[in-house]
Ligand binder design. Structure first.
Ligand code: NAD
Ligand code: UDP
Length: 324
């Protein structure tokens, strides 16, 4: 039997999606990248357009689409707070209708389907570190709810399709991931701090900067995601994929200043509503079931990311979304 698969990646032109497409194309699979370019640009996959086993479709996943594939990675959804809060109703539709559309497609053609879920399903967590069995602390009324509740509803739909229709599903809960290919104006902390540092602007710390995040390098994350798709049939997840190294936002700012040699000043700005105080994945399940653990420490990943940011022409990217 051929090991070459037909694989659909929704949100395939985005930060993570474009890297995933690259990995899958390089492995010889027939890859369809579907994207509406809301938070990305065609340029992100320009290097793949001449590859015979790569195809690009401009499509909005809130609308049904008829494709025949063996596997689906469902990544379509704005991921940065500024992006997903730009049109919260659309964000919720993308998560929920998007899930219904990919699950319907998977049911019809028998595809295995992986959902890119998020640590945001844990909300502002009261358990630390977060294990997959923790049920979370999400404010369903706040400005982050469009994303958090959309992703929670998508997980519910995946589980129900599995129980009702015996669909082969996978749920991956992704923790803060960074690396080359991030949108320079997405407002996420790593991209913000690097762009601010290399352009000599003030580094904006929200709140007192003592809130923590755990940052996973892009390549580690994609490796975990691919292992999960190809992992044992009786392990559908959810599984946390992230780097347990935990840093305060102030520590991150200091590291970016040190690595860029920038003279930018640290300034404080108000903390956005419902901003989680602490976040760190428990990855014991990923290690036990998939043999996965991250290999790139923050210092190394940050250095690679800074190098990439220095090579790009910021003028070629759409300006910041109005939320930040
Ligand atoms: P991204 O914004 O770079 O990529 C998302 C892609 O989805 C973009 O190319 C965008 O244009 C596309 N998209 C958005 N709405 C769409 C729609 N309605 N139809 C078709 N395409 C649509 O973000 P990313 O960081 O690459 O995140 C990819 C996935 O991983 C998302 O589902 C996100 O929720 C999840 N995730 C990412 C992180 C992270 O730290 N990067 C953390 C947790 C979860
Ligand atoms: N943050 C910050 N300055 C910025 C952007 C973000 O201090 O310029 C903080 C933000 O308040 C949050 C953390 O950095 O506490 C991570 O923010 P990001 O938007 O990257 O991701 P998320 O909050 O979704 O984890």
């Amino acid at each position: 039997m051929s090991t070459i698969k037909r694989i659909l990646v929704t949100g395939g032109a985005g930060f993570l999606g474009s890297h995933l497409c690259q990995r899958l194309v390089d492995a010889g699979h027939d890859v369809i990248c579907l994207d509406n370019f809301f938070t990305s640009q065609k340029n992100n996959v320009a290097g793949l357009l001449t590859r015979p086993n790569f195809e690009l479709i401009r499509h909005d996943i809130t609308q049904p689409i008829w494709l025949d594939v063996d596997e689906i990675y469902n990544l379509a959804c704005p991921a940065a707070p500024g992006h997903y809060q730009y049109n919260p109703i659309k964000t919720m539709k993308t998560s929920v209708l998007g899930a219904i559309n990919v699950l319907g497609m998977a049911k019809r053609c028998g595809a295995k389907v992986l959902q890119a879920s998020t640590s945001e399903v844990y909300g502002d967590p009261t358990e630390h570190p977060q294990t997959e069995s923790y049920r979370g602390n999400v404010n369903c009324l706040g400005p982050r709810a469009c994303y958090d509740e959309g992703k929670r509803a998508a997980e519910t739909l995946f589980m129900d399709y599995q129980r009702m229709h015996k669909l082969r599903i996978r749920l991956v809960r992704i923790f803060n991931t960074y690396g080359p290919g991030m949108h320079p104006f997405d407002g996420r902390v790593v991209s913000n701090f690097i762009v601010q540092a290399i352009t000599g602007k003030d580094i904006t710390i929200f709140g007192n900067g003592e809130q923590t995040r755990s940052f996973c390098y892009r390549d580690d994350l994609i490796e975990g995601m691919i292992r999960m798709m190809n992992g044992p049939d009786d392990f559908v997840g959810p599984v946390n994929i992230g780097n347990p190294g935990e840093f305060t936002i102030r520590e991150l700012a200091d590291l970016v200043l040190k690595q860029t040699g920038s003279k930018s000043k640290l300034v404080t700005k108000p903390l956005p509503a419902d901003d989680p105080v602490q976040r760190k994945p428990d990855i014991m399940l990923a290690t036990a079931k998939l043999g996965w653990s991250p290999t790139v420490p923050l210092e190394d990943g940050l250095a690679r990311t800074i190098e990439w940011f220095k090579t790009i022409d910021l003028g070629r990217y759409r300006p910041p979304t109005p939320n930040y």
